[in-house]
Design a protein around this ligand. Structure first.
Ligand code: NAI
Length: 343
């Protein structure tokens, strides 16, 4: 196999959806040798001393690319989020979450085709919380000019490469005048200096949410800081059929980790109920990315075949229950495999 990539099964539904995805990719002839590493509760269960073992980080650094299942972060207690830690450690500063109407998936809207670009390393997710005194706690929102400029540049570059005409920044600079104010200033300056051909808008996030649920087709690329991006991603998922159909990627300058927007869904774990499509779509993003960096058209062709196969399944109603069908996780993978055309 000419390529290697790290596979992290994760927790909850993670092992089920990663296995389904791996089977589809293998049936499609993807030339990747998977290097399996663990994170989350799964890592502790295997004797690691941390939810994010050094061996897992080292493997991503070595291979450059990972496909990751969701990891559980227990609420409260001493665990910090594995995902936040992973993104910070590897400097995966840009989360990209494409949200598009899927064939055969009936929702209130048609023709949604937008992308959420989320700053992934700072904001309130810096995790700097302090007990000032009994009953008084603060949480520090961090904004640095470097990170704000970096994510803005990424969003505009993404818009140009994907032939998108407009970038809209969601913000709350009317209240958070300094932090969100800096974010806005950086986005605006980069737009004016380097991307004047792209239409640029600034929307206050509360009103933007209303506009999103009234008419999501008016947005193309949504650029926001960390917490807003997290929330908006799930809202957008709801516009096109839910968390089962929203893929994602975390990009840094050196590494990329591809993962669905959804979490480990403990409520349905181990029951063959999870929809593996969001992770499969993330894998398609991964193949296209690898195709670009290695200038290997065959990877992009395989990505196209996998996408065409799941699109046919959706059109024919061969889906998991969250999308109204009757297939289980592995049954959906089988259906996609049946629909894969020849090479
Ligand atoms: P969740 O995304 O796991 O679940 C929310 C709801 O969506 C649940 O009802 C679940 O059954 C459903 N759902 C999610 N994925 C689905 C799929 N593929 N197919 C069908 N239904 C699906 O969010 P929740 O419950 O807030 O988080 C659970 C755990 O996941 C937490 O520990 C959280 O920290 C973690 N998490 C991890 C993420 C990651 O590793 N990237 C991202 C988000 C949450």
């Amino acid at each position: 196999m000419p390529y290697t990539a790290v596979l992290i099964p994760g927790d909850g539904i993670g092992p089920e959806v990663t296995e389904a995805t791996r089977r589809v990719l293998s049936a499609a002839g993807v030339p990747i040798t998977w290097v399996e590493r663990h994170a989350g509760v799964a890592a502790l269960d295997r004797g690691a001393d941390s939810v994010l073992p050094k061996a897992t980080i080292d493997a991503i650094v070595e291979h450059g690319i990972a496909l990751k299942g969701p990891c559980t972060t227990p609420v409260g207690g001493g665990f910090s989020s594995i995902n936040v830690a992973l993104r910070k450690k590897l400097n995966l500063y840009a989360a990209v979450r494409p949200v598009r109407s899927m064939p055969g998936v009936k929702t209130r809207f048609e023709n949604v085709d937008l992308v959420v670009v989320r700053e992934n390393t700072e904001g309130l997710y810096s995790g700097i919380e302090n007990v000032i005194t009994d009953g008084v706690i603060t949480s520090l929102k961090v904004a640095t000019e470097e990170a704000c400029r970096r994510i803005s540049r990424f969003a505009f570059r993404y818009a140009v490469h994907r032939h998108r005409k407009k970038v809209t920044v969601f913000h709350k600079a009317n209240i958070m005048k300094l932090t969100d104010g800096l974010f806005l200033r950086c986005a605006k300056e980069i737009h004016e200096a380097d991307y004047p051909q792209i239409q640029y808008e600034e929307h206050i996030i509360d009103a933007a949410c209303m506009r999103l649920v009234q008419d999501p087709t008016r947005y193309e690329v949504i650029l926001c800081e960390n917490l807003y991006g997290d929330v908006i991603s799930d809202l957008c998922a709801g516009l096109v059929g839910g968390l089962g159909v929203t893929p994602g990627a975390n990009f840094g300058d050196q590494h990329a980790v591809f993962e669905a927007v959804h979490g480990s869904a403990p409520d349905i774990a181990g029951q063959d109920l999870a929809n593996p499509l969001a992770l499969l779509m993330s894998a398609v993003m991964m193949l296209n990315h690898m195709g670009n960096i290695h200038r290997d058209e065959s990877l992009r062709r395989i990505a196209g075949r996998v996408r065409a196969a799941y699109d046919v399944c959706l059109t024919e109603g061969e889906t998991t229950r969250d999308l109204g069908g009757s297939l289980g996780t592995s049954g959906f993978a089988d259906a996609v495999i049946r629909r894969l055309g020849g090479a």
